[in-house]
Design a protein around this ligand. Structure first.
Ligand code: GLA
Length: 391
């Protein structure tokens, strides 16, 4: 038996066990072993690296019939690589990342990770819930950012692969103990990544808690639809379905107001190149060093929040979400010192993030949609990165 066949056979056994755990035996019985051949959806696992404490980190490679290949790490639940065809069918990796574990541990500015327990900022690392004040790490000037010193982006997630029809995916789980990073309650967290046959990465989040707490989960992928390491993102045309936003103070904490975007250089209701107004002297843009703002999305339910078109490659990304907000971050803190997956340096603004979320600092703003989760309630949210092309 050739060794690759042997490997596949072993993988099929491993994954069948995984399915049983994640989805129950009924689905397993109907699920044949699959392979990467003939454009069929597939999933495989390899060792990616070992943490200083000895924990082994895996990388899963998911393929679909639409020409996409997505790599996901058990470290941080990181989307390490997203290969997508351009309008002529040529694939490129459109997300920023590293080719090794050590760079993720030591220097990652949240590339591709699951971000939590609270994505974005909490002012002065402090919030009060049911009369009790909780203190969190201040890891961003005076504020708490992206879950603290060791947030969900730096945790090891359990991964169970599955296949359903033309889709393949991973069920990622992590249990955050009561008090971790200062947050109350044991938080049982599940993020299901699904790569569909029609070139979507779907992320279904679920969490439950043992005590009242706050939660705000997102994915922090940086995109460059020209391909990572292939220049800046200033020519990408962005459209965001938001009429309002949450302006920030000097430390990027919302003031609490939600003014209209009309007449400001932050208004993306009509498709506009990211670079067109990025150096505008508007106070909000200078505060963010570019765009680093939460948009109050129009509408409710699962809807298109943003559409990005990259004219040279013809690649299109739609972000679809049920969340009330979307942080548009134009990669202002990238500074040309990080070397990415393909061996090239990442200059300022060579990637952008569109983080679906609740509004930053919601625990300290009673007028913002609530991020409180209580025992017995289930936190659920869905975000989809949908890829396509225009010619
Ligand atoms: C988010 C924040 C930014 C920055 C990046 C990571 O997008 O809003 O200010 O912290 O994450 O560098």
């Amino acid at each position: 038996m050739p060794s690759n066949t042997l490997t596949r056979t072993r993988l099929a056994i491993v994954f069948t066990v995984g399915f049983a755990a994640a989805l129950g035996p009924a689905l397993v019985a109907a699920t044949p072993a699959w392979s990467a051949e003939g454009g069929r959806p597939s999933i495989s696992k390899k060792h990616f690296g070992t943490l200083a404490g000895g924990e082994k980190i895996d990388v899963y490679t998911l393929r679909n019939s639409g020409g996409m290949r997505v790599k996901i790490l058990t470290y941080g639940g990181i989307l390490q690589s997203i290969e997508v065809p351009d309008s002529r069918g040529r694939p490129a990796n459109v997300t920023l990342g590293f080719d090794n574990l050590s760079d993720y541990v030591k220097k990652s500015p949240y590339f591709g990770c699951i971000t939590g327990r609270y994505a974005n900022r909490i002012a002065k690392g402090r919030f009060t819930l049911d009369g009790k004040t909780y203190r969190l790490a201040t890891n961003d000037g005076p504020n708490h950012l992206h879950g603290g010193a060791k947030g969900f982006d730096k945790r090891v997630w359990k991964a169970d692969p599955f296949r359903r029809g033309g889709s393949v995916g991973l069920v990622m789980t992590y249990t955050s103990p009561n008090g971790e990073e200062g947050y109350p309650g044991t938080l049982r967290t599940r993020v299901v990544y699904t790569l569909t046959g029609d070139n979507r990465i779907r992320m279904d989040y679920r969490a439950t808690t043992s005590r009242p707490t706050v939660v705000n989960l997102t994915n922090h992928a940086y995109f460059n639809l020209r391909g990572e390491g292939n220049g800046r993102i200033l020519g990408h045309e962005l459209q965001i379905n938001a009429s309002r936003y949450t302006p920030v103070d000097k430390t990027l904490i919302p003031t609490g107001k939600t003014p209209g975007l009309g007449g400001t250089p932050l208004d993306f209701r009509a498709p506009t190149a990211i670079g067109d107004r990025i150096d505008n002297k508007h106070q909000q843009i200078t505060r963010g060093g570019g765009y680093d703002h939460n948009y109050v999305l129009d509408g409710r339910g699962l809807r298109t929040a943003a559409t990005v078109v990259e004219p040279d490659s013809g690649r299109v990304l739609k972000v679809i979400t049920d969340q009330p907000g979307l942080q548009f971050y134009s990669g202002n803190f990238l500074d040309g010192t990080l070397r990415g997956t393909g061996g090239r340096l990442y200059p300022k603004r060579s990637g952008f993030a569109l983080e679906s979320q609740h509004f930053p600092d919601s625990p300290n703003h009673a007028n913002f949609p609530s991020t409180v989760l209580r025992p017995g309630d289930v936190y659920r949210t869905t975000t989809i990165y949908a890829f396509s092309t225009v010619s």
